[in-house]
Design a protein around this ligand. Structure first.
Ligand code: ADP
Length: 494
């Protein structure tokens, strides 16, 4: 039934898209636009405004004004909660439309997009709507003749730079807590996935969010993203994306107003399978899902498979069999397991990683090539290499594509050493029947998230954040609120 609706929606013309500043759709200051190329067929889908530095500055000034006059932060919590719930209702009511638009823009398979995009965005907005009137200040345990109070205040203007792999989900991870705490926001969607997120911004306004509280500027990271990073009037910058850009954002902050910068960067997450895993077939299924869904374009993707030597060959053979059975193709078909790679650039980079891995002596077990080229779209086979040494490029650098590197290990100590031998520390997993080993591995593997006998799927109640060069700060859960709050001490002599 849904397939019929999806096929109807996929034919809709996509109108050109303008910025959102102060509740109005406005063109770039110089009228410039940029093409949106669909990864499904390589064709131009529509255009978006190509933002200028002046556009970004106008959006920031609007957000500042909206914050200073307290048109949002000054509303009773119950009123703000109502708006956010209404927004979630609208996201749910438009879920299929949002998902299809997003898939035409970024290539994620629709089955996953529906759940992970509008579905999780609405749930996230609701979670923070419910949280906003449960955040209390504190009274300090001081001596009798003073009163020490700790207020929790919004920080002011939040700049949010969003990547292209899950624009609605990750957008909501930032927007939910930022808006719940009474901040104003300027949003910068990714060049290759802005359409559904911009539509979600429209829906916030339909839900009753006051004009100027949420502004969004499309365009190039190097232009409008940089202008946001260098602004003297953005108080907090939140980002999910590459390490290269994350590093730049810290530089921008240092060169401007020393804004707080929270980064959720990449990973090279180890999925560690011991011979005593409770169900090796399930482990193989989940390992394949854990790297290949959304064509590997998932920050927590289990891109390094560490397998205990005794089961290595049989386990890899099973994962390869599963990979070969995963249908690559039209992301708008509910039958598809692996959709399109987001862009031609990304596809080229993935294929370069395949070449490098081969040149470095790893063995290609399956995949490795572009497929369905006749469609004009950017599709790639799920790809598995074995014999990947811990220092190999494929074990060290994030591909952000459907490429899995397998490394054998003998002992628990060796597994830990290999797992920790990258600059990253986002996620990981251990498969074992031993409770003690599971807990030891949770302690010893340096990541922000460890899964046991599963991979991925952690819901909004738990934080997501990395250690090392995977970033700082947390999305999701009540911990995310900390990024969008200032603590203020009031010290009162009685
Ligand atoms: P990827 O390389 O995977 O596209 P990026 O980190 O470049 O990841 O992109 C994530 C987000 O960062 C996008 O919204 C992009 O526009 C933005 N971005 C890219 N370059 C810059 C920059 N120099 N300053 C600010 N934002 C940027």
């Amino acid at each position: 039934m849904d397939q019929v609706r999806i096929d109807a929606l996929r034919k809709n013309a996509v109108p050109r898209r303008l910025h959102m500043i102060n509740g109005r759709h406005v063109a770039a200051s110089d009228g410039a636009t940029m093409d949106v190329v669909s990864p499904l067929d390589g064709q131009v889908l529509t255009t978006v405004a190509r933002g200028t530095v002046a556009d970004m500055q106008a959006a920031i000034a609007t957000a500042r004004q909206a914050f200073e006059d307290r048109r949002w932060a000054g509303q009773p919590p119950a009123a703000r909660k109502k708006v956010l719930h209404r927004w979630a209702d609208l996201i749910e009511a438009h879920a299929l439309e949002l998902a299809v638009l997003g898939v035409r823009d970024n290539g994620t398979e629709i089955g996953m997009a529906l759940k992970a995009e509008p579905g999780s965005a609405a749930a996230t907005i609701r979670y923070y709507a419910e949280a906003l009137d449960k955040v209390y200040g504190e009274i300090a345990p001081t001596q009798d003749d003073v009163l020490g109070m700790i207020h929790k205040e919004p920080v002011g203007v939040v700049g949010a730079i969003i990547p292209w792999n899950f624009p609605l989900m990750i957008g909501a991870w930032k927007l939910g807590p930022a808006l719940a705490m009474g901040n104003s926001v300027v949003l910068k969607p990714a060049e290759t996935a802005s359409l559904s997120l911009m539509r979600m911004v429209d829906l916030a306004h339909e839900a009753g969010l006051p004009d100027g509280v949420l502004n969004a500027i499309t365009g190039e990271g190097a232009v409008v993203g940089e202008a946001m990073g260098l602004s003297m009037d953005v108080d907090v910058l939140v980002f999910t994306g590459s390490g290269t850009t994350g590093r730049r954002l810290m530089e921008y902050a240092a060169r401007s107003n020393m804004k707080r910068v929270y980064l959720e960067l990449g990973g090279k997450s180890p999925n560690i399978v011991f011979a005593d895993a409770p169900n090796l077939d399930e482990a193989a299924q989940v390992a394949a899902q854990g790297i290949f869904r959304n064509a590997g374009q998932v920050c927590v993707a289990g891109s390094r498979l560490l397998v205990q030597a005794d089961i290595h060959d049989a386990f890899v053979a099973r994962v390869a069999e599963i990979a070969e059975s995963m249908r690559v193709g039209d992301p708008l078909s509910l039958e598809t397991a692996i959709g399109a790679v987001n862009s031609e650039t990304q596809l080229r980079q993935n294929l370069e990683f395949v070449q490098t891995a081969t040149a470095e002596g790893a063995e290609l077990v399956t995949g490795g090539s572009r497929v369905l080229q006749e469609t004009g779209g950017y599709f790639m086979q799920p790809t598995i290499f074995t014999g990947v040494t811990p220092q190999a490029t494929l074990a060290q650098k994030e591909v952000f594509g459907p490429v899995l590197g397998v490394t054998p290990f003998a002992s628990e100590d060796e597994a830990v050493n290999i797992a920790n031998a990258t600059v990253y520390g986002l996620a990981g997993a251990v498969w074992t029947s031993s409770l003690s080993r599971a807990h030891r591995m949770i302690r010893r593997v340096r990541t922000g998230v460890m899964h046991v006998n599963t991979y991925g799927g952690a819901d909004g109640t738990v934080p997501l954040g990395g250690v090392g060069q995977s970033g700082n700060g947390h999305d999701k859960s009540l911990h995310a609120l900390e990024k969008y709050i200032n603590l203020k001490t009031a010290w009162i002599k009685l």
